[in-house]
Structures are given as structure tokens and as C-alpha cells.
Design a protein around this ligand. Structure first.
Ligand code: ARG
Ligand code: ZN
Length: 400
């Protein structure tokens, strides 16, 4: 049976596991259910508050309670999380180490302004909308030269709140572009031929919430009319076979698709922007974690995309580069067959809009730390993704 990763506060797990040893800290557990009942309970566990009760809701006193077999993956998640939030304030913004840490939403807004002010001729800040809690959605436009009729690429990070390495990648990419344009031949060639639109935090409300309240939050923070559960999965809210497979219409689900396609201000802002710029935007990248994969359409159906073989070849080249340079393995392929069938994703939607080179990257790691990737992994994780992005983009430029 499928294994579930469960982030737990100590209380429910003492009831769940009925161990004699007392769990005194938050932990990440890997649990393999043995019965269908356990599967059903585990499916819901992270969506209920606080993290659900792992005993069957109708568990009668008579029936013997089934026991779970589990493995403690991260024995002290609290410490790990605390370490990731530690931020040396004596550290000057813009220094190298700034990019080797995770940052609060306020720090990122500060960084966005600062980056624009320091590079007034090459960086523009575009306000594309606001979140359900009215936080601004800023896109950075990098335009390193003013050739006419330049093509463009789009990169979004942080659709899912807890995937901190994703947002770290967007910052890393901007630094790399501004620092190495006219030094590194690859990024120079890319920026000579393309503008870059980059959205570092697509889900600011959720991101903030992972810093203040629940490190494992995934969705946005929209209030539901029909339920007391909060949040829509923004990567199930796009108009691509919306809410048919791998998505749920239950507001309490982690993969809740919302009330209609683009019901959420965050997904709507991105969709509107891309519709307006679809003639120039050739490449779409959406950055997630974790599991080390380079995915392309479709995820919403098992059907192959028109240019499936071309996309496969691009992803394969990128994965080979990562293997050669970083000795790390990335799977690649159409989303539906490589990770899972799931409708309403931004990559499939962008592809159907006409952006024929559309990718979702799943960054490090492959499960050891999962969403709690320590900051010391940021450089390599980001460089791997950067290599993939550059490899694909250079080949696409070559084609046109
Ligand atoms: N882990 C990502 C998610 O669940 C994978 C996205 C792949 N693309 C997709 N359209 N489902 O959102
Ligand atoms: Zn994700």
C-alpha cells in the first residue's frame, strides 16, 4: 500500500500509535496503512484540525483498534523548522548568504523593491493583482536589453505555501540573472533573446501562514462560504479539465479545486496576465517541491500533448545535465504518468493557452526532509533547477 507522510503534533500520535514511549515533539512520520480504514483516516489527517484524529470516527469500543506501522522520518521537526526560520539580521541584504536562507513574506517584499531600485533600467515591478487577504502579487520583469520583438518566459514560485525551496529558487534565479548577465554565456544568451516575468510568491497568504502558524500549509487562505475549512489548492483551480481527476470539491481537502475555474484571486491574476501576454510568452515554468521531477503536460489526462516527443527530449536533456553536473537524479515525463493524474493545474492550462513549452519542476529532495529542506541544501537545489531551466530555454531559443 501507499505510504503516507504525516506531520504530527505530539498529542494525536500518542493516541494513534498507542506507544508506551511518549512523543514529546513534533515529528514527521512515514505510515504505511494496513487496512482500507487506515487509508481513509490517513487521507484526511492533514486536512483536519489540528492534524486530525487518527482513530476511526465511528470506532466502537468493542472493535479492536488496528495498529499502524510507522517509521519516524524526522524525530525533531520543531528544531528543524526553527533552524529554517533563523535569520541572521546582521546579514546584509544582497549578500550571497541572503540567497542561502529562507525569508519571510515581508523580507521578500522588501527584497523586491530593493532589487527594482538597484536595477532601475533592467528590472520592473508589475502588480498583477492581490491575494484573498489583499497582499500584493508582484511580478518582476527582467529585460536586460531592448531588442525589438523579444520573446518572453514566465516563472512562478510558491503556488504551494510550504514549498519554501520554490520561492528561494525564484530569488536565486533573479540574482543569477543580474549578477552573471554578460559574464556567463548561457544566461547572457537567454536574456539577450528573452524577457523574464517572474512571480516569486504566487500564494502570499499561505506563505505567511507557514511562517506564523502551520509550516505544512499548502493551499491559499480563502474563506469558504459553505464550510469552516480554509483554502483552495491553487494548482487545482485552473481551467484544465477542472475538478475532474486528482482534485476534490470538498473545501476541507488539501486538493480542493475551489468553486469554479479561476475562482481564486491568485490564479485569476496569473491567468489574466498570461492571456494578455500569450503572444510573446513562449515558455512557462512553475516551480514546486519536492520529489525531483521535470514534468510537462498533460497531468489532467493520460492523452499525450501534441509535441510530447519534443517536450520529452527537452526534459531528458535537462535531467542528463543535472545528473552530470550534480550527480543527482530527476525523473521526467508527462505529469499524469510521472507523478499523478491531477486536473486544474497551471501548466496544463498554460499549455492549452498556446504556450507550447510548459513545465512544472519538482525540486529537491526525494523525501528525506521533504518540504522541510534545510537551508544548507538551497544552493545545490537551486543550481539544479537553474541548469534544467537554462538547458530547456537554450534549446527552445535554438528552435526559433
Ligand atoms: N505536485 C504538483 C501538484 O500536485 C504537481 C503538479 C503537476 N502538474 C499538474 N498539472 N498537476 O500540484
Ligand atoms: Zn506543489
Amino acid at each position: 500500500m501507499k505510504t503516507f507522510l504525516v506531520f504530527s503534533f505530539m498529542f494525536n500520535f500518542n493516541t494513534l500509535l498507542r506507544t508506551t514511549e511518549c512523543i514529546e515533539t513534533d515529528q514527521v512520520l512515514s505510515i504505511t496503512p494496513k487496512t482500507q480504514e487506515q487509508v481513509d483516516i490517513l487521507k484526511n489527517v492533514s486536512t483536519q484540525r489540528p492534524y486530525g484524529n487518527l482513530l476511526p470516527s465511528n470506532s466502537s469500543k468493542r472493535r479492536p483498534r488496528s495498529t499502524y506501522s510507522f517509521l519516524v522520518l524526522l524525530p525533531n521537526a520543531n528544531e528543524l523548522i526553527e533552524m529554517q526560520m533563523r535569520n541572521d539580521s546582521s546579514d546584509p541584504r544582497g549578500s550571497t548568504t541572503f540567497y542561502e536562507r529562507y525569508h519571510t513574506l515581508d523580507d521578500i517584499y522588501f527584497w523586491l523593491n530593493r532589487t527594482q531600485q538597484d536595477n532601475p533600467s533592467t528590472v520592473k515591478l508589475i502588480l498583477i493583482g492581490s491575494s484573498s487577504e489583499k497582499q500584493p502579487l508582484y511580478v518582476l520583469k527582467l529585460s536586460l536589453n531592448d531588442r525589438p520583438n523579444k520573446k518572453a518566459m514566465w516563472i512562478d514560485c510558491g503556488i504551494h505555501a510550504r514549498e519554501w525551496i520554490s520561492t528561494a529558487f525564484c530569488l536565486w534565479f533573479v540574482r543569477h540573472s543580474l549578477l552573471f548577465y554578460s559574464q556567463n554565456p548561457d544566461i547572457t544568451h537567454i536574456l539577450d533573446n528573452m524577457d523574464v516575468y517572474i512571480l516569486p510568491v504566487m500564494n502570499p497568504d499561505g506563505y505567511k501562514y507557514t511562517w506564523t502558524t502551520n509550516r505544512m500549509w499548502r493551499k491559499n487562505r480563502a474563506v469558504s462560504k459553505s464550510s469552516s475549512c480554509i483554502g483552495v489548492d491553487l494548482n487545482r483551480n485552473f481551467d484544465a479539465e477542472w475538478c475532474t481527476v486528482g482534485a476534490s470539491d470538498d473545501p476541507c481537502s488539501e486538493i480542493y479545486c475551489g468553486t469554479f475555474p479561476e475562482s481564486e484571486p491568485e490564479s485569476q491574476a496569473v491567468a489574466k496576465f498570461l492571456r494578455r501576454h500569450k503572444d510573446s510568452v513562449q515558455l512557462y515554468f512553475s516551480v514546486h517541491s519536492y520529489s525531483q521531477m521535470l514534468l510537462f503536460p498533460y497531468s489532467c489526462t493520460l492523452d499525450e500533448a501534441d509535441n510530447h516527443n519534443e517536450l520529452l527530449e527537452l526534459a531528458q536533456h535537462a535531467a542528463q545535465k543535472i545528473r552530470r553536473f550534480y550527480r543527482n537524479t530527476y525523473k521526467y515525463g508527462a505529469g499524469a504518468k510521472t507523478i499523478y493524474l491531477a486536473s486544474g493545474g497551471s501548466d496544463d492550462w498554460a499549455y492549452n493557452l498556446g504556450i507550447k513549452y510548459s513545465f512544472t519542476f519538482e525540486l529537491q529532495d526525494s523525501g528525506r526532509y521533504g518540504f522541510l529542506l534545510p537551508p544548507s541544501y538551497i544552493p545545490q537545489a537551486c543550481n539544479e533547477a537553474l541548469t534544467a531551466l537554462k538547458t530547456i530555454t537554450l534549446k527552445v531559443i535554438e528552435k526559433t
